[in-house]
Design a protein around this ligand. Structure first.
Ligand SMILES: Cc1cc2nc3c(=O)[nH]c(=O)nc-3n(C[C@H](O)[C@H](O)[C@H](O)COP(=O)(O)O)c2cc1C
Ligand SMILES: CCCCC(=O)C(=O)O
Length: 313
C-alpha cells in the first residue's frame, strides 16, 4: 500500500493512479500549452520570506471572516465541476468536509450534486457559483433555488465566455457528465463526438455576450452579495468595485481558460493596490501549501480558495 500522503502534490499522484485517465486529465489539465498551469505554481516558488525571529508565536489564531462568516482558517473550497467523477457522494461529501473544517464551500454551477442535496446534507456555509447561459431565465431559477436553500452569496465566474481549449479533453473525447442542477431546464444530449463535447456544449449554452452592464441585471434578480471571480488586472478590479460587488476573486480559473494569463499570485498585489480595501480580495491558482496561503495573505488577500476534488480519494 502506498504511504499516506503528506501534501497535496502527493494526493494528486494518488488521484492519477486511482482515476480513469479521462477524468484525471479533466481534473488536472489546463488550456493549450499549459504554460499558466505551471506558472501558477512556479510563481509561488519564486517568492521567499524575510523571516523575523524572537517574536512570540505561542498563541496564533488562523481564523478570519469572509462577508461576516467566521471560518477557522483563510482557506475556502473553490467551485469545481463534477465531484462524482471522483467519489459517488459528490459535492455532498465536499460540503460535509467544509462543515467539519468550519469553512465555506463554493458549489460549482457544474456540480454533480444538486443545490438541494448539498443544502440538506449539512450546515456548511455555502456560496453558489454562477455561469450565465444564453437562456437567462435559467440563471434566475438557479439563483432563486440557491437563495431558498440558504446559500449565502453568489460567485459570478466571469472568465468563461467560452470554455478554454483543453487539449487533453479533446484527445480523450471527454464526455460531459450530468449537470444535476440543470435537469429539466436544459437539454443534456451529447452534441458532438468529434472532440471534447464539453467545449461544444459550452459554446452552445454559455452567453458569450455577458458584460459589465449585466451585473445590474444580476443585482436586480437577487439580494445575495455577489463576488466576481476571474479578475486579473487593476482595470477590471476598479470596474468590479464600481458596479458594487461584495468581493473579488483573483483567478485565472486554474489555468483552464486563457493560457498565457499571468500567474495569479503575480497580479494579486496590483489588484490589492487598486481596490484600496474597499472590498475583500480572495485569490486562487497554484495554492498547494500553507506557505502559499501565507504568501497570498502577505500580499493582501483575505483568504484563498483551493480545489478539493482530490481529497475525496
Ligand atoms: C476540475 C476543475 C473544475 C473546475 N470547475 C470550475 C467551475 O465549475 N466553476 C468555476 O468557477 N471554476 C472552476 N474551476 C476553477 C477553480 O474554481 C479555481 O479557480 C482553480 O481550480 C484554482 O486553481 P488551482 O486548481 O491551481 O487551485 C475548476 C477547476 C478545476 C481544477
Ligand atoms: C463545462 C465545464 C465547465 C466547468 C469548469 O468551469 C471547468 O471545468 O473549469
Amino acid at each position: 500500500m502506498a504511504a499516506e500522503p503528506v501534501n497535496l502534490n502527493e494526493f494528486q499522484e494518488l488521484a492519477r493512479l486511482a482515476l480513469p485517465k479521462m477524468y484525471y486529465d479533466f481534473y488536472a489539465g489546463g488550456a493549450e500549452d499549459e504554460h499558466t498551469l505551471k506558472e501558477n505554481v512556479e510563481a509561488f516558488h519564486r517568492i521567499t520570506f524575510r523571516p523575523r525571529i524572537l517574536v512570540d508565536v505561542s498563541r496564533i489564531d488562523l481564523s478570519t471572516t469572509i462577508l461576516d462568516y467566521k471560518i477557522s482558517a483563510p482557506i475556502i473550497i473553490a467551485p469545481t465541476a463534477w465531484h462524482k467523477l471522483a467519489n459517488p457522494e459528490g459535492e455532498v461529501a465536499t460540503a460535509r468536509a467544509a462543515a467539519s473544517c468550519n469553512t465555506i464551500m463554493v458549489l460549482s454551477f457544474t456540480s454533480s450534486s444538486s443545490i438541494e442535496e448539498v443544502a440538506a446534507s449539512c450546515n456548511a456555509v455555502c456560496f453558489y457559483q454562477l455561469y450565465v447561459l444564453k437562456k437567462r431565465d435559467i440563471a434566475a431559477t438557479l439563483v432563486q433555488r440557491a437563495e431558498r436553500n440558504g446559500f449565502k452569496a453568489l460567485v459570478l465566474t466571469a472568465d468563461a465566455p467560452r470554455l478554454g481549449r483543453r487539449e487533453a479533453d479533446i484527445k480523450n473525447k471527454m464526455i460531459k457528465p450530468q449537470l444535476k442542477n440543470l435537469e429539466g431546464l436544459l437539454s443534456t444530449k451529447v452534441s458532438s463526438d468529434t472532440g471534447s463535447n464539453l467545449e461544444a456544449d459550452a459554446r452552445e449554452a454559455m452567453d458569450a455576450s455577458l458584460s459589465w452592464k449585466d451585473l445590474e441585471w444580476l443585482r436586480s434578480i437577487t439580494n445575495l452579495p455577489i463576488l466576481i471571480k476571474g479578475i486579473l488586472t487593476r482595470e477590471d478590479a476598479i470596474k468590479a468595485v464600481e458596479v458594487g460587488v461584495a468581493g473579488i476573486i483573483v483567478s485565472n480559473h486554474g489555468a483552464r481558460q486563457l493560457d498565457y494569463s499571468p500567474a495569479t499570485i503575480s497580479v494579486l498585489e496590483e489588484v490589492v493596490h487598486a481596490v484600496k480595501g474597499r472590498v475583500p480580495i480572495l485569490m486562487d491558482g497554484g495554492v498547494r501549501r500553507g506557505t502559499d496561503v501565507f504568501k497570498a495573505l502577505a500580499l493582501g488577500a483575505q483568504a484563498v480558495l483551493v480545489s478539493f476534488s482530490q481529497l475525496h480519494l
